[in-house]
Write a protein that binds this ligand. Structure first.
Ligand code: AMP
Ligand code: MG
Length: 424
């Protein structure tokens, strides 16, 4: 790892050399090294905790299920009393879910329903489909099956034992996790506080949808699309977003925006303006107020990416091209934000899949090709892989993570990352 990558540089001292290409994994490791989990936590209703990250272990004060109970509607029996099929026994009690019966009288069975506690003495449940209440003898049933001891009984504690850690600190809560927390009586959960993120877009060409109608757009103008997906991505990651809109391509305006954003935010996230063109004001402005490292990341789409500090806030500058912005967010900003919330394992999981396309030209950068799963169990490629074509990210349901210098032949096994893996 290149330790000097984070050395802050003042504008005057900055040599005018071209930054070297940095491997994506190296960039990510350096960023994560900077992502000290945020201090502080919130207590939230379990209802509202979906997507939040646990700030402490959740330990069960009871066992689930609380006692042995029936997995079926049927009859609770003593298995040893049913040596032959068709034995007729008296129904001595009726136990519904929510009630508790009494010890099972020898030589009898108990009518029982799903979720009802197994009476003492019973050791199996025969489902009602295998029993026949006698038409001519009220209160008696013929059991047509030889039960296995333990059959259709859900054991006390088979889901959760008393004292077990059911959810761990650093775990990101899912709908199923909320249900599990509720099952042990947790109505509130202690979660990491939301990262506060200031978001702004740079670019004099940008116009907000709704402000100018498509027919009235002046030549050279485009709508600001990055603002929409970046905001949505941040919200999905549990962030509190201050959307600061579009900052014009001017040094003073950029300085003002950065200065005010650095006051009360953990991260300032910008898109555009991180190349080294004359109209790219992010770099000198961040350097003037704090420190900045401009990286050329060996990924495609992507490449320019900036990390720095402004006051106490982290700064990240994404490229302006929409697909580059989208993917650098998912590959670098997302893990950073999860780590700020205390998630230990932020690695993206890819799976092996078959390419149903060819990619004949190898690139020296690691490529992320927008693809879609097809009904034949393979991946189709979106025809236009340009970094400006946002349609590719909507048509696609994921990307192929293609190593640098690699061509792809039809049928090759490639690494696929589903957008659902990132967007959950
Ligand atoms: P930049 O990184 O500022 O040089 O921008 C690279 C390309 O991305 C240019 O074509 C910009 O017009 C475009 N771009 C920058 N920001 C946005 C945005 N917020 N929405 C859509 N396109 C953008
Ligand atoms: Mg620009």
């Amino acid at each position: 790892m290149n330790a000097s990558a984070f050395t802050s540089t003042s504008p005057a001292a900055k040599p005018a050399t071209r930054p070297l290409l940095k491997a994506l994994d190296e960039a990510l490791a350096e960023l994560l090294g900077r992502a000290t989990p945020l201090a502080g936590s919130d207590t939230v209703s379990t209802f509202d905790a979906d997507g939040r990250v646990l700030a402490e272990d959740v330990v069960s004060a009871l066992q689930v299920p609380p006692e042995d109970n029936s997995a079926m509607d049927g009859y609770a029996v003593r298995a040893a009393e049913l040596a032959d099929e068709g034995v007729v026994l008296r129904v001595s009690q009726r136990i519904a879910a929510g009630s508790s019966g009494s010890a099972l009288e020898p030589g009898t069975v108990a009518r029982i329903f799903t979720g009802a506690p197994i009476p003492a003495g019973a050791d199996a449940v025969v489902m009602q489909e295998d029993c026949e209440p006698l038409a001519d003898r009220e209160g008696y049933v013929s059991v047509r099956q030889l039960p296995r001891p333990g059959q259709w009984i859900r054991r006390a504690g088979e889901d959760v034992t008393r004292g077990a850690t059911v959810l761990s600190k650093g775990e990101r809560l899912t709908p199923a996790a909320l249900g599990l927390a509720a099952s042990i009586g947790m109505d509130r959960l202690q979660v990491a506080r939301r990262p506060r993120v200031a978001l702004f877009s740079t670019g004099d060409e940008l116009v907000m949808p709704g402000e100018v109608a498509p027919a009235q757009m002046r030549p050279g103008a485009i709508y600001n699309s990055n603002r929409f997906f970046l905001r949505a991505l941040l919200l999905r990651l549990g962030c509190e977003v201050s959307d600061l809109g579009i900052v014009p391509d001017q040094r003073d305006a950029t300085l003002d925006a950065l200065r005010s954003a650095s006051q009360a935010h953990d991260l300032i996230l910008t898109s555009g303006g991180v190349s080294v063109g004359e109209e790219d004001h992010i770099k000198p402005a961040v350097q003037q107020l704090g420190s900045l490292d401009l990286w050329q990341i060996a990924m495609k789409p992507g490449k320019p990416f900036a990390y720095g500090r402004v006051g106490a806030a982290h700064f990240m500058g994404l490229p302006g091209n929409p697909v580059s912005s989208f993917l650098t967010f998912l590959l670098l900003v997302r893990p950073f934000l999860l780590r700020l919330q205390g998630v230990p394992d932020v690695a993206t999981k890819s799976i092996a899949a078959a390419a149903h396309f060819t990619w004949p030209r190898a690139d020296k950068r690691r490529e992320f090709l927008r693809v879609r799963r097809n009904a034949g169990g393979g991946l189709d490629l979106f025809p236009n892989q340009s970094s400006g074509v946002l349609t590719s990210a909507v048509w696609g349901d994921g990307v192929v993570d293609n190593p640098s210098g690699q061509t792809i032949a039809h049928g090759d096994t490639v690494r696929f990352i589903a957008f659902s893996e990132w967007l959950a």
